[in-house]
Design a protein around this ligand. Sequence first.
Ligand code: FES
Length: 122
Amino acid sequence: MLRVTRRREEGQETVPKPERHVLVCLNTRPPGNPKGSCGEKGSETLFEHLKAMVKGRGLGERVIVNRTSCLKHCSRGITVAVYPENVWYAGVKEADLGEICSAHLEEGRPLARLLMPDIPWE
Ligand code: FES
């Protein structure tokens, strides 16, 4: 924050804030844990591919993709949340990433077929 303020005072261009922020759960539990986890479903690879896809589509300055710990919907993972819409996706797979990018991140249309059910935190 201090750095941004200093840059503004010097009349330099500041870094734009993203339009969207994507959180991908990378929490991993040991095999056999009854809660399961996004990590054991391949969320690390999915995260890396989503980041590359966002960059490859020229969305890098509009969309930030971050790893998170547990998003409390473990049995429905891989869990992905998109802000500012507060849209949560369940069971996200590699094959869904292109559609998430084109429909939601580029056009602002969340994917109804992947929406997290309205369930309590796990
Ligand atoms: S382990 Fe991903 S939501 Fe809990």
